[in-house]
Every structure is written in C-alpha cells, then in structure tokens.
Design a protein around this ligand. Sequence first.
Ligand code: NAD
Length: 381
Amino acid sequence: AYKHATREPNMTTHKLLLLPGDGIGVEISREVERVIETLHGLGGANSFEVEIDLVGGAAIDAHGVAVTEEAIAKASDADAIIFGAVGGPKWDNVPYEIRPEAGLLRLRKDFDLFANLRPAICYPALAEASSLKRELVEGLDILILRELTGGTYFGEPKEIVTQENGEKRAVDTTVYTTSEIERIVKVGCDLARKRSGKLHMAAKWNVMKSGVLWRDVTVATHEKYAPDVELELILADNCAMQLIRNPKQFDVIVTDNLFGDVLSDEAAMMTGSLGMLPSASLGAPDPKTGKSKALYEPVHGSAPDISGQGLANPIAMIASFAMALRYSCDMSSEADIIETAIAKVLDNGLRTADIMQSGLTKVGTEQMGKAIAAEIQSAMA
Ligand code: NAD
C-alpha cells in the first residue's frame, strides 16, 4: 500500500484498491500505476491513496482463497476497485469453490454490482482493424449497459432433470422484478443524460413475459424519472442486426443480463482487439453517501499465452481506470485526457502486438504505458 503525501487543504483524496490478479493482469496493472503516478505528479485538486492486494490464483497460492476477508474489507473502504484479470492453467484443477474466478464473483456479489457498463469506442487509428467498413465504425462511441445480477443466469429452477422415458430436460429461468429493472433503467437514463441524451432499451416483449415487464417498467421509469431523455424501445434481435447495419445510430443501450452478454460482445468486436476494451460494474448507491461501489476491469482475461513477456496491451486496463475517474472520482476532465492520450499514441503509430499493422511501430506493455503517460503529462502541463 502507498499513499501520496499531500499538504494542500482543499485536496480530495480518492481511495483506490488495485487488484492486479494473475498473468498479464500484473503487467498491465503496473502501467495503470504509472498513469496514477503521472496524474499525481501533476498536482491539482486530487490525490490518490492506493492499496494493492492479491486476487485470483495469486491469492490462492498465498492464502488458499481467491480473495481474503482483508481484501474484501479494503474493497469496501475504497472509492473504486481496479481489477486486472484472474486465472490460468496453473489453477485449472483447484476445487470449483476456490477457483480464481471466485474472487471476482465474490466482489460482484458482496457489492451488488448490478450495472455493467461496456463501452465500444472505435479509435479512428484502429478503424481498419474492425471487420466492418471504416465509415460504419470510425468514431463509434456507444455504451452497452447490461444488467448483471439477475435474469437467466441466476433464475431458479435451473436444472437438468432425467425424465421417466430417459430423456433429459434442461431448464433455465429468466426472472426479473420491477425494482431490478427500475434501478438499471435509472442508471441508463443517468448515463444517457451525461452523453447524447438518447437511450435504447432492448428486450423481447413479443415472446417473453420478462420482456413485457422490461418494456412496461422502462416506459414508466423513463416517464417518472427522466422524461428529458429520448427513449426508444427495440426488440433485442433487431438491435443485434442494427448494431451491424448502422452502429452509430445508438448511444446508450440498456438490456438484461443474457441479451447484454451477447450484444456487448457484438458491439465490442466492432472496435478491433480484446486488449482495447474497458468495463465498469456499478453497485447500488449507498443511502447515506449516495456513492456507489464500483469495480473497473478490462474485458479480457489473464492471457496465459503471452503473460510474462511484456507483450500485453495495457490500454483496456488504463481505459478502465479512466472510467473509474469518470464514474467514481468525479474527475471527468482527467478521464477525457487519458482517453485522448490513448487516441494520440495510436495516431502516432504505436501498436502492441495484438493491434499491430504493417508499417507501424511495435511496442511492448511498458513502452505503451510510458507513451500514454507522456501524452497525459504534456496535455496537463
Ligand atoms: P483471454 O482474454 O485471457 O485471452 C484471449 C486471447 O486474447 C489470447 O490470445 C490473449 O493473448 C489475447 N489477449 C487478451 N488480452 C490481451 C491484451 N491485453 N493484450 C494482448 N492480447 C490480449 O481469454 P482466455 O485465453 O479464454 O482465458 C485465459 C484465462 O483468463 C483463463 O484462465 C480464463 O478463465 C481467464 N479469464 C479471466 C477473466 C477475468 O479475469 N475477468 C475474463 C476472461 C477470462
């Protein structure tokens, strides 16, 4: 753990818990630390207190569990949790209950992280890397908001039963309540307000009862809570089609857990590589402080095939940290500066192996992190 000493009276100190995890999680976390150091070194009204702890396989090796109670306590004390990635072949055979992912699931559950924000941003310099035509994706900036704690993945009954005739029957159950839908739609309205003011809600009210409730609660919540936001209802299958046909028609799309899983991956892949994709998961606001617990993490995993070689792209995790500044630290302008720094470094032709194109400059994890930090420094000087 370390704290940046500060003597200025009006300075706001943000408590961050950094959980690097396993594999490339450790390497890309160092670059996030570099960005934090850079922001801090530039002074200003904000400082950071950073705690670092183990999670995933690293925590299993040290403590026998994927996340310790001490780490959970630190997480509960932090303004934001910045998470790397967990897992790897070394832990493939540990018992199911203590597997590396259990650390992440415990954090999601303890802090009721129900709102998953998955931005899909296409940096102009990477438009060629998309499988869609440049004009469709260049400058794309959409946000898929996925409900993360309810629906088909958690509903009961959830079982495979062998029937009397020997045939098996599998059941998953999609369950949502009014309040579960209302709280995520409110988050969607808030996000739309901060962006272009446009919100789509994707569901299947034509064939699913849960879809009917999603539609009705969304309309009622919008009317009561955010009539200023432009709301459009869209069938989830049409949404999947429209995302490919004309993705720039969207800004924020709110949807349930199952459709969100699929639509967010679809939207994300328009932008090129896994190494570029940040995410945030927000919990319910604390009734006393109004602040939400939140966890920020790259979408990718621990990439055992390239870990320990200094090859990983740190951009997804640095962009996740930028989201933490925007949503947990009230530091939107610094978040903008980080995102602009990423775009500049890409414009300048620097590429990690995963986004390499011929004629450009191949760099490793550390060089990429240093270049982004340097751009941040010159933007703020
Ligand atoms: P992965 O995301 O780790 O890797 C998939 C491919 O993308 C690999 O070829 C990898 O080299 C590449 N890649 C991913 N991130 C990259 C980056 N930042 N820079 C450059 N290349 C990158 O998925 P996987 O291989 O299916 O899983 C590996 C391990 O990670 C498994 O143990 C899995 O359980 C775990 N995992 C963890 C999380 C998480 O921590 N949230 C998410 C997904 C997978």
